[in-house]
Design a binder for this molecule. Structure first.
Ligand code: HEM
Length: 399
C-alpha cells in the first residue's frame, strides 16, 4: 500500500506506510495534493516552530503572488469565519487573539472545571452500564467534550444538539481535496453557525452571563481589541476544536486498549497510570493525522529544496511512531515515561485546549474503567472516511 488518504484501508492502517516513508523518503512530493509530505518527528517538530512557514500566507502575500487561484466566491462566508479565529492567522493578529482567550484555558482555570467534568463523565459511564452497553462514541466520547465546551461558552442547553453537525460539516473542508458537495456543506454550516453566534453574542452583550461568550463580548465593547467577526470566529474555533479531537482520542484510545488487553488490564489495576496512559493513547493512534503549513520563505529539508508558495503536509501520525524518538514505537505502553508526542502540535499554534483535553480524557477513561469493569468490545469498529481528522464512526461495547 502507498500513501493514499482517500483509501479506507489506508485510513484504517496508515502506520506501515509511514514507517516506509520515514525510512526511505522522509520528504516526498505528493502529486494529488501538490504537497510535500514530511514524515519524521524531528522535521515535523522543527517545521511547526519555523517562522519561515505559516498556517496562512495572506499576511505576507496575495493569492496571485503565491501563484494560487483566488478562492471561489461561494466559499467567502466560510473563510470569513475561519480566518477570524486564531488558528488560521499569524502574528501579530494571532498574538492578540490568543492572548485574549488564553486566560480561560490556563491549567489552573481548567483544573477548577474538574469536579464538574468528573460528575458528567461518571453519569455518562453509568448510563452506558445501565443500558448494558451500546455505542461508546455516541454515549460517552461525544457528549462529554461537547457539554464541557458548550457550558464554558454558555451555549443554551436546547441549542447544543446543533453543535456537532455544524462542526462536522465545517471540518469536511479540512480533508484533502474536499468534494464540491463537501465544500458547499461546509459553507452552509459556517453561515448558520456564525448567524447563530452573532445573535447569541449580541444578546450576551446586552445581558451578560457568567460565560466565555459574555466575557469576549465585553471585550468587543471595550474598543478595538476584538471585532465582532473575530469574536464569532473565536467561538466557532473553540466549539469545534474543543471537542472534535477529544472525541476521537476517546474512541481511538478505547479501540487501542481493546486490541492490547494486557495494557488495558494494567491500567485497570492501577489508575495512577492514567496521566501517562492518556499521553500514550494520543501518541499511539493520533486523532489529527496531518497539519499543513505554507512555505513563506524557501526551506531545505533533507537536501530537498522547497520553494516559497508551496504547502508542506506534516504527518503527525508518522512523527508519533518515529523509532528515532520513541522506544518500540509500535508497542502500546500505558506507563510510557519519555513521550514527546506531537499530537497537540508545537510552536505558536500549540493547542490552547491541551490542559482541558487532558482533564476530559483522564476523567472519561477513569469513569468508564470504574463503572464498567467488564467493558468489552462487541463488534469491530469502522472508521469515518476522514483522514486528517481521523476517528471511529461507532464503537459498540458490552458491559
Ligand atoms: C485531545 C484533544 C485535542 C487535540 C489532539 C488537539 C490538537 C491540536 C493541534 C494539533 C493544534 C495545532 C494545529 C496546528 O498547529 O496547525 C491545536 C490548536 C488549537 N486547539 Fe486543540 N486539540 C485538542 C483539544 C482541544 C480543546 C479541548 C480545545 C478547547 C477549546 C482546543 C482548542 C484549540 C485552539 C483554540 C487551537 C488554536 C491555537 C492557536 O492557533 O494558537 N483543542 N489543537
Amino acid at each position: 500500500m502507498r500513501f493514499d488518504p482517500w483509501n479506507p484501508d489506508f485510513v484504517a492502517h496508515p502506520y506501515d506506510v509511514y514507517a516506509e516513508l520515514r525510512a526511505t523518503s522522509p520528504v516526498t512530493f505528493f502529486e494529488p495534493t501538490g504537497q510535500w509530505l514530511v514524515a519524521r518527528h524531528a522535521d515535523v517538530n522543527a517545521l511547526l516552530r519555523d517562522r519561515r512557514l505559516g498556517r496562512s500566507y495572506l499576511h505576507v502575500a496575495t493569492h496571485e503572488e503565491f501563484g494560487r487561484e483566488p478562492e471561489p466566491e461561494f466559499q467567502a462566508p466560510f473563510w470569513r469565519v475561519i480566518r477570524a479565529g486564531m488558528l488560521d492567522v499569524e502574528p501579530p493578529v494571532h498574538t492578540r487573539l490568543r492572548r485574549l482567550v488564553s486566560k480561560a484555558f490556563t491549567p489552573r482555570m481548567v483544573e477548577s472545571l474538574r469536579p464538574r467534568i468528573r460528575k458528567v463523565a461518571t453519569e455518562l459511564a453509568e448510563g452506558l452500564v445501565e443500558r448494558g452497553g451500546g455505542d461508546l462514541i455516541a454515549e460517552v466520547a461525544e457528549p462529554l467534550p461537547v457539554l464541557v465546551i458548550a457550558e464554558m461558552l454558555g451555549i443554551p442547553e436546547a441549542d447544543r444538539h446543533l453543535l456537532r453537525p455544524w462542526s462536522a460539516d465545517i471540518c469536511g473542508m479540512y480533508e484533502l481535496n474536499p468534494s464540491l458537495e463537501a465544500q458547499h456543506t461546509a459553507v452552509r454550516a459556517a453561515e448558520e453557525f456564525s448567524a447563530y453566534l452573532r445573535e447569541l453574542s449580541r444578546a450576551r452583550r446586552e445581558a451578560p452571563g457568567d460565560d466565555l461568550i459574555s466575557a469576549l463580548a465585553q471585550v468587543v465593547d471595550e474598543g478595538d481589541r476584538l471585532t465582532e467577526d473575530e469574536l464569532i470566529g473565536t467561538c466557532v474555533l473553540l466549539l469545534n476544536a474543543g471537542h472534535e479531537a477529544t472525541v476521537n482520542v476517546t474512541g481511538n484510545g478505547w479501540w487501542s486498549l481493546f486490541r492490547n488487553p494486557d495494557e488495558l488490564a494494567r491500567l485497570r489495576a492501577d489508575l495512577s497510570l492514567l496521566p501517562t496512559a492518556v499521553e500514550e493513547l494520543m501518541r499511539y493512534d493520533t486523532p489529527l493525522q496531518m497539519f499543513e503549513r505554507w512555505v513563506l520563505e524557501p526551506i531545505t529539508v533533507h537536501g530537498v529544496e522547497i520553494p516559497r508558495g508551496v504547502e508542506v503536509a506534516l504527518l503527525f501520525g508518522s512523527a508519533n511512531r518515529d523509532e528515532a524518538v520513541f522506544d518500540a514505537p509500535a508497542r502500546l505502553d500505558v506507563g510510557r515515561r519519555d513521550n514527546p508526542h506531537i499530537s497537540f502540535g508545537a510552536g505558536i499554534h500549540f493547542c490552547l485546549g491541551a490542559p482541558l483535553a487532558r482533564i476530559e480524557l483522564a476523567e472519561s477513561f477513569a469513569a468508564l474503567l470504574r463503572a464498567a469493569p467488564g467493558l468489552t468490545l462487541a463488534e469491530a469498529p469502522t472508521w469515518k472516511p476522514g483522514y486528517v481528522i481521523r476517528g471511529l464512526s461507532a464503537l459498540q461495547v458490552t458491559v
